[in-house]
Design a protein around this ligand. Structure first.
Ligand code: FDP
Length: 333
């Protein structure tokens, strides 16, 4: 296969479009609009450490301008670029209670529905840990002005999904259902360049990621038993595994995707359906991880087959290296 390493995300997306002769280029354009919005968000994220100089959020900076919260800013940029791009008939954001309309012309003519978490892991902003933007794309299922039916589709109907991690470098990772590719933002030219072609997650990993401080609150004894298993000494099975948990889903999943591992956010006493949102976090990540050869379920049912009934629905998640997820599931039976 041709080595495309180094080509830009925009070029790559157009190249991939040629695999679908009937494609009109709308999805390619939409993916590029999201990439552009993420570059603008990235620029602001990089300035987050300067709050003492530029002003705390909610206050005025030295130029007398209002300093906005970064997650609100990211939300506005996603909406702005998606509206301007014109490929999206309706969107929904983790930051907004209701779904978001676009102007009537695009609401009727545009083909795609975009759901997103504009800035995931935002409690990590003030300590400079990695955060990210997650997106999920569907084709609409209604005609005319979009309805909630277009937004509440099961994850297995996604046509594309991805995330941008704002970390030690900024990387955009996406799938359109034919493998997973990662592009690192080269700040000197302002372009994402293919750096992680055809990502495959290892079938067996050595990392488990879960908020273990909550273990007494987990509602399933099986989760406690599995974590105990991860910590047992068994040199034949290369245990104990390593515990790694940043508390930023994009950052934890990105690491596990590359190195192999399992990420779990289980049901807890406080959050009986887990904390993470089906539409904005779990579905797009499940699509990506499955495309990379991994698995994602709620312990019993594949995440991508869960039927959404409300916009901000939550779901417990077990996601990552195939054999680790299967083993974790076996403790729940
Ligand atoms: P955050 O609250 O910082 O936005 O869904 C949000 C999320 O972060 C995920 O990114 C992260 O994996 C999870 O919450 C962390 O939750 P806990 O603090 O309960 O572990």
């Amino acid at each position: 296969m041709q080595d495309l390493r180094g080509i830009t995300y925009d070029e790559f997306v157009i190249l991939k479009q040629k695999d679908f002769p009937e494609a009109e280029g709308d999805l390619s354009k939409l993916l590029r609009d999201i990439g552009l919005a993420a570059k603008v968000i990235n620029r602001e994220v990089n300035k987050a450490g300067l709050v003492d100089i530029l002003g705390m959020t909610g206050t005025r900076n030295v130029q007398g301008e209002e300093v906005q919260k970064l997650d609100e800013y990211a939300n506005e940029q996603m909406i702005k670029y998606l509206r301007a791009g014109g490929q999206c008939c309706v969107m929904a954001s983790e930051e907004e209670e209701d779904f978001i309309h676009v102007d009537d012309e695009h609401a009727v003519d545009a083909k795609y529905v975009v759901l997103f978490d504009p800035l995931d892991g935002s409690s990590n902003i003030d300590v400079n840990a990695s955060i990210g933007t997650i997106f999920s794309i569907y084709e609409r299922v209604t005609t005319g002005i979009p309805t909630i039916e277009d937004v509440l589709q099961p994850g297995n109907q996604q046509v594309a999904a991805g995330y941008v991690i704002y970390g030690s470098s900024t990387i955009l990772v996406y799938t359109s259902g034919n493998g997973v590719n990662g592009f690192t933002l080269d700040p000197t030219i302002g372009e994402y360049c293919l750096s992680h072609p055809n990502i495959k997650t290892p079938e067996n990993g050595k990392i488990y990621s879960i908020n273990e401080g909550e273990s007494n609150n987990w509602t399933q004894q099986g989760v406690r038993d599995y974590i105990h298993y991860c910590k047992e000494i068994n040199s034949d099975e290369k245990r104990p595994y390593s515990s790694r948990y940043i508390g930023s889903m994009v950052a934890d999943l990105h690491r596990n995707l590359i190195k192999g591992g399992i990420f779990i956010y289980p049901a807890t006493q406080k959050a009986p359906n887990g904390k993470l949102r089906l539409l904005y976090e779990c579905n797009p990540m499940a699509f990506l991880v499955e495309q990379a050869g991994g698995l994602a379920n709620n312990g019993f049912v594949r995440i991508l087959e869960a039927k959404p009934t409300e916009l901000h629905q939550r779901i417990p998640i077990f996601i990552g290296s195939k054999n680790m997820v299967l083993t974790a599931n076996s403790f729940l039976k």
